[in-house]
Design a protein around this ligand. Structure first.
Ligand code: PAF
Length: 205
């Protein structure tokens, strides 16, 4: 597995694979990988010859009072898991590589209506941040197929709508939610739950 941190290096590596006749699968993540992410990677490996996984905690999708600084960053452990599962490329860019002009006003991708409800209503700007970074990542990787978890179901719908509206030539494939034995969906944010919240959370399932 090759780890790439610049957009140029990523493009060179993916182009080389494509010229060798390989199809490209893509799994975008924010890292702190658990079994749910690994299932996405396994599906991508099944669907494409060469798989790129990205790890990037995207500042644009976090609100002012959200958990950007506290979000778990575990790159060394993540790399070991990806290597063991046979990912071909890990793209782990810095914030500067993704946003060379910083976080000042820039072109955004905004998906209407579907982002107004549920999580979108509680987190204004969140899905615009997601759609914008996923568009950038898609333009960088140019995958044939990209795999997303059904855990973030509204996000999956937003990505499908964006890909359809913008005529992006990418198959979007979803994978069922992976759960703990008591039914709680696996998530990097489960560690933020208090013991009381952790006890009641499986009732959602
Ligand atoms: O689901 C996630 O981990 C993120 O929202 C994504 C799709 C990687 C975009 O930052």
């Amino acid at each position: 597995m090759q780890t790439l941190t610049s957009v140029d290096a990523l493009r060179r590596a993916v182009n080389k694979a494509r010229k060798a006749g390989k199809t490209i699968g893509f799994v975008p993540t924010m890292g702190n990988l658990h079994e749910g992410h690994l299932q996405l990677l396994r599906r991508a490996k099944h669907l494409a010859d060469c798989v790129v996984v990205s790890i990037f905690v995207n500042p644009l999708q976090f609100g002012a009072n959200e958990d950007l600084d506290a979000y778990p960053r575990t790159l060394a452990a993540d790399k070991e898991k990806l290597f063991a599962e046979g990912a071909n490329f890990l793209f782990a860019p810095t914030v500067d590589a993704m946003y060379p002009e910083g976080m000042k006003p820039q072109t955004l991708v905004s998906v209407p209506r579907i982002t107004d409800t549920l999580c979108g209503a509680a987190r204004p700007g969140h899905f615009t941040g997601v759609a914008t970074v996923v568009t950038k990542l898609f333009n960088m990787v140019q995958p044939d197929v990209a795999v997303f978890g059904e855990k973030d179901f509204q996000q999956l719908m937003v990505i499908r709508k964006m890909v359809g509206d913008m005529c992006m030539p990418i198959d979007i494939v979803s994978v069922a939610t992976v759960r703990e034995t008591d039914g709680l969906a696996m998530s990097s944010r489960n560690n933020f739950l208090s013991s009381k919240e952790r006890r009641v959370a499986p009732r959602l399932h």
